[in-house]
Design a protein around this ligand. Structure first.
Ligand SMILES: NC(=O)c1ccc[n+]([C@@H]2O[C@H](COP(=O)([O-])OP(=O)(O)OC[C@H]3O[C@@H](n4cnc5c(N)ncnc54)[C@H](O)[C@@H]3O)[C@@H](O)[C@H]2O)c1
Length: 445
């Protein structure tokens, strides 16, 4: 297949893309122009926020997105050095913890931003919802299929607002790509191919003494107690199955989510997840890494998800034969087009009218609201008591495919998924993998 050509753009389309590019290019990803953000709220309309997990993503939030809609009053990290350093971007905030439950006890906190590593997301989110807080939780919301059930039942019981940090859903390029697929103008969606990068190989890494200020036991949470290796911890946790799902959940949470959103009803029903190719940087035995001192998540993969209705979703580390290394190629009966951060190309995009590009096509996806940043959208939803564009139920449904792809890769076989019963058909061992072993005291229940 040929790479998808860039379309020629007319003036109105250029305006449209100018806005999008500002929002989507590296470094400017979160910075939608002020005209899209609307007027800043009066100070007493601001929400009082706590940030739990003061690392890289939390810093981006504080620098680019939270002001002026949120006042960060409390911050918490199991690494005291990181909590103190975060005051550079949240100077008014009080350092609380290292136990995040101390934050949840504070009545003045309206909303909680959960920006910890993945294996903590569900536990802190569930506890925060039960404590009466609205939550913005970074992607991926869950660490296993089972955690999705707990979050959904908690949300139903608490009536709180929960937004997932899949900000691509608030980006006009991705919204246009999804709305066009779902509009039916190009006929049925036949196939969506996503490329999300492969994880790195790395190691052997040496064990070290736990740095002062870091509560390693608390950082590990539900994961098995193990010696401290710096590369297991800050930033690099995503390359270890003990704390993450590698690229499948790190970037799959973004691109597989958009692909499934675009597929819409074409993705309904049972799915056969076929592992065409998969490589790990360490040998696996019974799905478990056999070496403890190296990254262990998949470095390359080609996963084919066959939907009951005939549509296909292909998840790859890279798609050089299709002309891209990161992004989403959507193929419909009547044409195909490509989208990633900062790019939306292909003949069907060129053919869109000015009316389409003036937000009309995408308005329904946003519940009739104008384009705005993902965190501003969360702010609006908290005030209006509406579930947001990155709602928990659809995120969990889409992310489950990423978890299942990992289960298939780790067990070395295809899995046949029934989303209704949330079970793998005729595979008791794979069904045991829907839940993770959780250390006593850190269970997500
Ligand atoms: N939306 C996006 O595009 C995007 C981009 C980057 C990261 N993320 C997500 O943000 C999350 C954090 O990623 P990062 O790169 O900032 O990681 P990081 O390692 O830099 O930061 C995580 C912080 O959480 C702290 N922490 C761990 N357990 C904790 C606990 N129980 N209570 C309080 N603090 C705890 C760690 O000590 C660390 O300081 C990840 O889940 C990642 O997927 C999202």
């Amino acid at each position: 297949m040929r790479p998808v050509a860039s379309p020629q753009r007319g003036p109105s389309r250029r305006d449209f893309h100018k806005t999008t590019l500002l929002a989507a290019t590296a470094g400017g990803w979160f910075s939608l122009p002020q005209s899209d953000l609307g007027a800043a709220p009066a100070v007493n309309d601001r929400l009082t926020a706590a940030v739990i997990g003061c690392g890289g993503m939390a810093t981006i939030h504080a620098q680019h997105q939270l002001e002026p809609h949120f006042h960060i009053a409390a911050i918490c990290d199991v690494d005291q050095t990181r909590a103190e350093a975060y005051r550079a971007v949240a100077p008014d905030a009080e350092v609380v913890g290292p136990d995040y439950r101390d934050v949840l006890e504070r009545d003045e906190i309206d909303v909680v931003f959960v920006t910890t590593p993945d294996h903590w997301h569900a536990k802190i989110t569930v506890d925060a919802l039960r404590a009466g807080k609205d939550v913005y939780c970074e992607k991926p919301l869950t660490f296993s299929v089972d955690e999705g059930r707990v979050i959904e039942s908690t949300l139903a019981a608490t009536d709180r607002i929960l937004q997932v940090g899949t900000q691509q859903r608030s980006d006009p390029n991705f919204q246009t790509a999804v709305a066009l697929a779902r509009s039916g103008r190009l006929g049925a969606v036949r196939k969506v191919t996503v490329a999300i990068g492969g994880g790195p190989a790395g190691g052997p890494f040496a064990s070290r003494p736990v740095p002062s200020g870091l509560d390693w036991n608390r950082w590990l949470g539900q994961a098995t107690m193990t010696e401290y290796i710096p590369e297991r911890c800050h930033g690099n946790f995503r390359w270890w199955y003990e704390y993450s799902g590698g690229k499948l959940t790190d970037w799959g949470a973004h691109h597989v989510d958009i692909a499934m959103w675009a597929l819409g009803t074409a993705a309904k029903g049972k799915v056969r997840i076929e592992v065409v190719r998969s490589e790990h940087p360490v040998p696996l035995r019974n799905g478990q890494p056999t070496q403890a001192d190296r990254y262990n998540t998949a470095t390359s993969f080609d996963i084919r998800c066959r939907m009951q209705g005939g549509a296909e979703l292909i998840i790859r580390d890279s798609a050089p034969d299709l002309g891209f290394e990161n992004g989403i190629l959507i193929e419909c009966e009547g044409g195909r087009y490509f989208v990633n951060r900062g790019k939306l190309t292909g003949k069907p995009i060129e053919d869109l009218s000015q009316q389409d590009l003036s937000q009309a096509l995408t308005s329904d996806l946003r519940g009739g609201r104008p384009v705005m940043s993902h965190t501003r959208h969360f702010y609006e939803c908290v005030h209006r008591r509406q579930q947001p564009i990155s709602d928990a139920a659809s995120h969990v449904r889409h992310l489950n495919l990423c978890h299942l792809a990992n289960i298939g890769q780790r067990l070395g076989r295809d899995v046949h998924w029934d989303p209704e019963s949330r079970s793998v058909i005729d595979d008791p061992e794979a069904n045991r993998w829907l839940r993770r072993e959780q250390r006593h005291g850190f269970e997500v229940v």
